[in-house]
Design a binder for this molecule. Structure first.
Ligand SMILES: [Zn+2]
Length: 320
């Protein structure tokens, strides 16, 4: 296990211990505390730059996460949401509107993410396995204290899929999200593609979606695979327009995939572009500054929207 993998595992263990201790005392653990535990305990293997001048004033703050390896970079804007389990119903309250806020918290991360060229993502805090009553997590679910269930205490889901109507129980939550510490696990199978979409893929994108990926590309696959899985369950027809090039020539600074299908599904949004544009050959300048240690926190913070609490940069473990 690499140092990064160890750090994420340790962070999850700390988060689950805290959740269990709160459950025993009858306390309701908070999103803010779990976010602190995860960032603090991963920080021994990843780079964490908190905007300390801001953190206190913010509740429900977003964090910018960049996943980088030697070849590519993938950026996310992450907002935490805890689950509330009542019998078999799981509730996330994605549309929570902060008191006095003009825009709901759901709109905020999306517009901030778009402005920064990031994928909006929810960090789902799912509590202990006991709290979730050890409902079947996946095909590899084990009876007893299933490790795969335990890992799910901190999971990531593309915000595009965050809809209380559809994400309302164990099966939908597990199906459309991935454990944080499994994010870079190489996908064993092809992405769930409906046949009409398969025909629209240019060769590089087809290769990306149908062959095993490693490192940062495995992280991007873990997100697009969930989106495509949700898409394959929708009944709207696939747009038949041929994939169009939205971003001009392939340049080293732009998205890795310039040529993607236009399909919008029932979201009314070009979801390939939405999910894959944050995959770039080179991360933005502020990420390079952070990785070389040559940055000024105040200047970084002043260039970020007010709801961003800090930046995390992870060098993704690679297997090959
Ligand atoms: Zn399980």
């Amino acid at each position: 296990m690499t140092a990064v993998e160890n750090a994420f595992r340790w962070a999850r263990i700390q988060a689950v211990r805290h959740m269990a201790a709160c459950d025993q005392t009858g306390l309701r653990w908070s999103e803010t505390t779990i976010t602190e535990l995860v960032t603090a305990h991963t920080s021994r293997a990843v780079t964490v730059v908190p905007f300390t001048q801001r953190a206190e004033a913010l509740s429900g703050a977003d964090w910018v996460w960049w996943w980088v390896d030697g070849a590519d970079a993938y950026g996310m804007l992450v907002q935490a949401k805890r689950v509330t389990v009542a019998r078999s119903r799981w509730n996330f309250d994605f549309g929570y509107r902060a008191r006095g806020a003009a825009r709901s918290q759901r709109e905020l991360p999306r517009s901030t993410a778009a402005a920064l060229g990031l994928l909006p993502v929810y960090a789902l805090y799912l509590g202990t396995g006991d709290y979730r009553r050890w409902e079947r997590c996946s095909d590899v679910h084990r009876s007893g204290r299933c490790l795969h269930c335990v890992k799910r205490a901190v999971s990531l889901m593309p915000a595009l899929l965050a809809d209380e109507l559809f994400v309302s129980d164990a099966a939908s939550t597990y199906g459309w999200s991935v454990a944080l510490e499994d994010l870079w696990t190489r996908p064993t199978a092809s992405a769930p593609l409906i046949p009409a979409l398969k025909k629209q893929l240019v060769p590089e994108l087809s290769d990306f979606l149908q062959n095993r990926q490693d490192g940062t590309r495995a992280v991007a696959r873990s997100m697009i695979d969930r989106v495509l899985s949700a898409r394959s369950g929708q009944f709207s027809a696939v747009s038949t327009s041929v994939a169009s090039e939205h971003y001009g020539n392939h340049d080293q600074l732009g998205p890795v995939f310039g040529d993607v299908p236009d399909d919008t599904g029932h979201w009314g949004l070009r979801y390939f572009e939405h999910t894959l544009n944050p995959l770039r050959h080179t991360p933005p300048g502020y990420v390079l500054e952070i990785t070389t240690g040559d940055f000024n926190e105040d200047r970084l913070a002043s260039n970020m929207p007010g709801n961003v609490a800090g930046i995390v940069v992870v060098r993704v473990p690679q297997h090959e």
